[in-house]
Ligand binder design. Structure first.
Ligand SMILES: CC(C)(COP(=O)(O)OP(=O)(O)OC[C@H]1O[C@@H](n2cnc3c(N)ncnc32)[C@H](O)[C@@H]1OP(=O)(O)O)[C@@H](O)C(=O)NCCC(=O)NCCS
Length: 157
């Protein structure tokens, strides 16, 4: 069965979510990024205080199937989406779309007018399909390794 539900993430689920983020990036983004880039983007030691703190202030939600977390999304209170990841064995089953829909519902309820994000090359097509427009390109350095990401925006009507 491919059914799942969306709910708020609990802080006690931090380690499970950190592993999901690692597995997602290191499995689903291998065609667009080198191993060095993937390690710089999501290192093994993601279990760091900064990630934990960011979850405190964000709207953080998970997709759950049979008590297992199969997707995760977190968004700052101003509408900046900082993470969206689907567990590799759950891609293309509507998980990310459902997380995004829930986030949009939350944003509208809190009078957030637009969602903004920096998309990986791997996810740009997904966001475009879901109504985001590309408004620029961002070059950044993570551990001295260059990354190019797309700045994208969606106005919420
Ligand atoms: C991008 C990602 C979140 C999409 O998750 P998902 O749960 O597979 O997405 P969905 O199943 O909700 O996809 C919905 C639609 O978008 C399409 N889609 C999914 N990923 C896509 C992609 N990378 N490019 C283009 N279309 C995509 C699906 O085919 C589906 O289309 P359909 O409705 O016509 O069948 C997932 O592939 C992922 O975690 N990628 C690695 C991490 C990453 O790059 N995250 C973003 C960080 S900025």
């Amino acid at each position: 069965m491919n059914n799942f539900t969306i709910r708020t993430m609990k802080l006690s689920e931090f380690n499970i979510v950190a592993k999901l983020v690692y597995d997602s990036v290191h499995t689903l983004c291998v065609n667009e990024y080198t191993p060095e880039q993937l390690d710089a983007w999501v290192p093994k030691n993601l279990y760091m205080p900064a990630f934990r703190r960011s979850l405190f202030r964000c709207f953080a939600i998970v997709a759950v199937h049979d008590k297992e977390i199969v997707g995760f999304m977190s968004t700052e209170r101003d509408g900046y989406v900082n993470r969206l990841y689907t567990r590799p064995d759950w891609v293309k089953k509507g998980v990310a779309t459902a997380l995004l829909n829930k986030t949009e519902e939350w944003a509208r309820a809190h009078k957030v007018k637009r969602l903004l994000l920096e998309s990986s090359k791997s996810a740009e097509g997904f966001y475009a399909k879901n109504g985001f427009e590309k408004i620029g390109e961002i070059k950044s350095l993570k551990n001295d390794i260059e990354f190019v990401s797309a700045k994208m925006r969606k106005e919420l009507k």
